[in-house]
Design a protein around this ligand. Structure first.
Ligand code: PLP
Length: 476
């Protein structure tokens, strides 16, 4: 494709995306295709000869679009938001256009240095502690996902607790990792991947009201494991659990970790970005004093398209010691000088995209005020929705719900818990099948709850109100 052809097709693609956003509301939110329907319309073999790019665009419309679920639809209330916005898409396009590999500073200095600036800006915007900044002992890095961030945290924790033995000799003792039943499954996966093993993932009780981790039970489990000769290695505290946005008491959990010498990883994948608003910074209570690592995803709620997950270390040495290997082909004068950052040592893969470009575009386009406005608007809509649920006696509302997610359920007092759960699930499926809105569910205390997450910049009050009316109608 020549630059001139690229220019022509590029314009068509940008127009296509602009039209998509302008008309996203006309699509059913959740794709309505059956399994295999998209695949059956695609050729079984790749083309022998190249085809005109128009054919890609026409197949996109005819074959792929019916199989797309519209995460940017204003009535997408499922999971957590995964915002894509104009500046982030354009930043990502520039990154693709440049096509640089930022594995070490020397392979594209701007890729590294912009990332350093952007993660430090983010630390400042979120009110994170000074020691997370790159000029201090800590530092931030952009990962592809919170799952990768958890894996890197586990490797760093193993490095620290074993004085480097795990990196050289592998796991020779029983290491243990602590989560609650509400911790994201990526922690158990990380434990499996690093060789700690799922059986050594200890499940700490939660407070039945707040659903936050019980620090006393955590301490008791660690004591038990120490007595049995295990090496307690990492505790994951979550700020904003996937299920209900419950918040673990980081300060108390951190106190236990400090006393026991255990690494504290804080997973704030969804909720952490809310701290751009000073009035929501309370969610990070205890992070400054106790977190060894902290993660939040710009690619969920902060107007930045996937993937863009921010990981900070309080002290970066364990992570770098765990991951750094310098093969001959990567040797270069800048690395040897010790004056530069090579982010390949801060992540699992070697290669890395210029992800900082899209976050930089977002930060510059919206400014801190624009980001705060987005968080405040979406939290405000969620709170208004919660008020409507609270006022309708046919529904039960799960408290608290301080952020953009509201968990609730229609009451079916005549039914057993099991039957009521089935009914709630079926009700959700029928709403989702309608294509008018998209909700997901969770289970707390044996009861199925509906989750409605407000987080898209396309979502206005009228969309949330229409969703509520539709839910009320479905309950009858
Ligand atoms: N942690 C929490 C609390 C989450 O809610 C999620 C995803 O929803 C993750 C981790 C995983 O995020 P990622 O897809 O970036 O790995």
């Amino acid at each position: 494709m020549s630059p001139e052809e690229f220019r022509a097709f590029g314009r068509q693609v940008v127009d296509w995306i602009a039209d998509y956003y302008a008309g996203v509301e006309k699509h059913p939110v959740r794709s309505q295709v059956r399994p295999g329907e998209v695949r059956s319309q695609l050729p079984a073999h790749p083309p022998e000869q190249g085809e005109p790019f128009e054919r890609v665009l026409s197949d996109l419309d005819a074959v792929l679009m019916p199989g797309v679920t519209h995460w940017q639809h204003p009535n997408f209330f499922a999971y957590f938001p995964a915002n894509a916005t104009g500046p982030s898409i354009l930043g990502d396009l520039l990154s693709s256009g440049l096509g640089v590999q930022g594995m070490v500073w020397a392979t594209s200095p701007a890729c590294t240095e912009l990332e350093t600036v952007v993660v430090d800006w983010m630390a400042e915007l979120l009110g994170l502690p000074e020691h997370f900044r790159t000029d201090a002992v800590g530092g931030g890095v952009i990962q592809d996902s919170a799952s990768s961030a958890a894996l890197v945290a586990c490797l760093a924790a193993l490095q620290r607790v074993s004085d480097g033995q795990v990196a050289s000799r592998g796991i020779t003792r029983r290491h243990t990792l602590y989560v609650s039943a509400h911790t994201h499954s990526s922690l158990e996966r990380a434990a499996r991947m690093v060789g700690i093993g799922a059986d050594n993932v200890r499940i700490v009780d939660v407070d039945p009201d707040s659903l936050g981790m019980d620090p006393k039970h955590l301490d008791a489990l660690i004591a038990e494991d120490l007595a049995a000769g295990a090496v307690p290695t990492l505790v994951c505290a979550t700020i904003g659990t996937t299920s209900t946005t419950a918040i673990d008491p980081v300060r108390e959990v951190g106190g236990v970790c400090r006393a026991r010498g255990v690494w504290l990883h804080v997973d704030a994948a969804y909720a952490g970005v809310a701290a751009v608003c000073p009035e929501l910074r309370w969610i990070n209570d205890g992070v400054a004093e106790f977190a060894d690592s902290y993660c939040t995803n710009a690619h969920k709620w902060l107007l930045t398209n996937f993937d863009c997950s921010l990981l900070w270390m309080a002290d970066r040495r364990s992570m770098i010691d765990a991951l750094s290997i310098l093969p001959e082909y990567l040797r270069n004068p800048a690395t040897a000088s010790g004056e530069v950052i090579d982010y390949r040592d801060w992540q699992v893969p070697l290669g890395r995209r210029f992800r900082a470009l899209k976050l930089w575009s977002v930060l510059r386009w919206y400014g801190a005020e624009g980001l705060r406005e987005h968080i405040r608007t979406t939290v405000g809509l969620a709170q208004e929705f919660a008020g409507w649920v609270r006022d309708d006696p046919r529904f039960e509302l799960l408290e608290p719900h301080p952020l953009g997610l509201v968990c609730f359920r229609p009451l079916f007092p005549e039914l057993s818990t099991g039957d009521a759960n089935d009914r709630v699930y079926r009700l959700m499926e029928s709403l989702n099948e309608s294509g008018e809105l998209y909700l997901t569910h969770t289970k707390v205390g044996g009861r199925t709850l509906l989750r409605l997450a407000v987080g898209s910049p396309q979502t206005e009050r009228r969309h949330v109100l229409a969703a509520w009316k539709r839910i009320q109608e479905a309950v009858g």
